[in-house]
Design a protein around this ligand. Sequence first.
Ligand SMILES: Nc1ncnc2c1ncn2[C@@H]1O[C@H](COP(=O)(O)OP(=O)(O)OP(=O)(O)O)[C@@H](O)[C@H]1O
Length: 233
Amino acid sequence: MIRFEKVTKNYPGPGTPALDRVTVDIDKGEFVYFVGQSGSGKSTALRLVLRELRPTSGRVYVAGKEINRMAGWKVPRLRRQVGTVFQDFRLLPNKTVTENVAFALQVIGKSRREINKVVPETLEVVGLKGMGSRMPDELSGGEQQRVAIARAFVNRPMIIIADEPTGNLDPQTSVGIMNLLEDINQRGTTVLMATHDHGIVDQFRKRVVELENGKVIRDEAAGSYGFQHDDTP
Ligand SMILES: Nc1ncnc2c1ncn2[C@@H]1O[C@H](COP(=O)(O)OP(=O)(O)OP(=O)(O)O)[C@@H](O)[C@H]1O
């Protein structure tokens, strides 16, 4: 589904590469964490999948296509198949919950009829049934993140990219958001998630790709890694 093949990314200016010959293969339906210290290259890796950035060398494949070679007019189609979720929610503050989610479908030309059917269904999936007429500032952080996930998922994308989706949430609310991302993953969407949150990575066991200075220093399957904390008395 997604393949990074010896991907190096240099930003302009001096310094080490943000990514350095990264090779990672992600199958359809996987849930993969990208972990590592601030500046290790997690966001750069995620942005390459959207072709918001282009590799300095190496190749990034999404659904079998090398996206760096894709014609520019095909990039919007690629991005429609990749939902995005961020730490800071990024909702439109002057639109209701329903309008925020509907907007993602309006911009790609879906009919009003389809929008009226799919948006309430999606709000139900994310646990916001009956909250469609609220404004973002009338919601808790966790609820706002659910709206953002609904917006990312409403078009049933192949892939969801989540960059620190629990970064602004307390631990209990984060668990709710992780349950939701797991649910969406189980419906067949591949999930790539960058996180600093060791507690989440320990509790919700998934494949872990760890970056350090742009290099992959660990790539472990779900369940094969040890707990970071020893809770035995
Ligand atoms: N637009 C940019 N221009 C120049 N350098 C950049 C740019 N974006 C990121 N970098 C650099 O690339 C490296 C990797 O950054 P990146 O944002 O991918 O890391 P990250 O692991 O996502 O960090 P964080 O957890 O803080 O978000 C860092 O050294 C960063 O300073």
